[in-house]
Design a protein around this ligand. Structure first.
Ligand code: ADP
Ligand code: ADP
Ligand code: ZN
Length: 217
C-alpha cells in the first residue's frame, strides 16, 4: 500500500501517520522529518533547506524529489509506505508517479484531511515535537504524559522555529497556492478520499482506517 496523507500544515499528518504506520506495519516517510534530520546533521542539503524552511517556503523540487526518491528506494519501503508532507507541488506529484512506476508499484490512495485555517494556527502554535524521534505533541490537545518528555522515546520536546506566528502564516499561504491544487489533481485521478480533520485525534484515525480498509485489494 502506497498512501499519501495530504493536508495543510497542522492538519494532523504526522500524528495520524504515526498511528497508521503502527496499525498497518508500514514505514513512515515524512519529507519534513527528513529535512530536519539533515538540519541536525548540518549536511549540505540541511544548510540549503534551512534557508527555505526558516521562511516557511518550500524547498526546491529537485532536491526534495531526490531526497524522497532515495528514501523510497530503500528496501523497507518495498511493501509500501505512508507518505507525509510529500508531494506538495504538481511537479512532486508527477515525479512520484514516475518513481512508483519505476518501482513497479502504484499509488493506493490519497487521504486528505480538511481543517480550517484558524484551527491550524491554534494547533501549530501549541505544537511541540520530540528532538529525538520527531513525534508531535500539543500543549493542550495532545500533551505528553510527563512534561517536555516524549512518551515514545523519552526524548526532549521542543518548539520548531517555523512554528512561530509569522512563519505559520507564510506556510499556510504556500499551502493554499502550491499544495491545495493537488486535491483537484488526485480527484481527477480518482484517488482522493477526504476526511474531516477537525475532530478528535482518535476519531480521525478511525475515519482514515475505515477508508484504508475499503481500499485494500
Ligand atoms: P508540517 O508538518 O507543518 O506540514 P513539515 O514538517 O512537513 O511541516 O515541513 C516543514 C518544512 O519543510 C516546510 O515548511 C518546507 O519548508 C519543508 N518541506 C517539507 N516537505 C516538503 C516538500 N515536499 N517540498 C518542499 N519543501 C518541503
Ligand atoms: P502536520 O504533520 O499535518 O503538520 P501534526 O500531526 O504535527 O500536523 O499536528 C499539528 C498539531 O496539532 C500537533 O501539535 C498535534 O498534537 C495537534 N493535533 C493533531 N491532530 C489533532 C486533532 N485531531 N485535534 C487536536 N489537535 C491535533
Ligand atoms: Zn520521541
Amino acid at each position: 500500500m502506497y498512501l499519501i496523507l495530504l493536508g495543510p500544515p497542522g492538519s494532523g499528518k504526522g500524528t495520524q501517520a504515526e498511528r497508521l504506520c503502527k496499525q498497518l506495519d508500514l514505514p513512515h516517510v515524512a519529507s519534513g522529518d527528513l529535512f530536519r534530520d539533515h538540519l541536525k546533521r548540518e549536511t549540505d542539503l540541511g544548510k540549503l533547506a534551512r534557508s527555505y524552511i526558516d521562511k516557511g517556503q518550500l524547498v526546491p523540487d529537485d532536491v526534495t524529489i531526490a531526497m524522497v526518491k532515495e528514501r523510497l528506494s530503500r528496501s523497507d519501503c518495498r511493501g509500501g509506505t505512508i507518505l507525509d508532507g510529500f508531494p506538495r507541488t504538481q511537479a512532486q506529484a508527477e515525479a512520484l508517479d514516475l518513481l512508483l512506476q519505476e518501482l513497479g508499484q502504484q499509488l493506493t490512495g490519497v487521504l486528505f484531511m480538511a481543517v480550517p485555517d484558524d484551527v491550524l494556527i491554534e494547533r501549530l502554535s501549541g505544537r511541540r515535537i520530540c528532538r529525538n524521534c520527531q513525534a508531535p505533541y500539543h500543549v493542550l490537545f495532545s500533551p505528553p504524559r510527563e512534561a517536555q518528555t516524549c512518551d515514545l522515546c523519552s526524548g526532549e520536546l521542543y518548539q520548531r522555529d517555523d512554528d512561530q506566528p509569522e512563519t505559520i502564516k507564510a506556510r499556510l499561504d504556500v499551502y493554499h497556492k502550491q499544495t491545495a491544487p493537488l486535491i483537484k489533481f488526485y480527484k481527477g485521478a480518482n484517488l482522493l478520499h477526504e476526511v474531516d480533520g477537525n475532530i478528535g485525534i482518535d476519531q480521525v484515525t478511525d475515519s482514515l482506517l475505515t477508508i484504508i480498509r475499503s481500499l485494500q485489494p
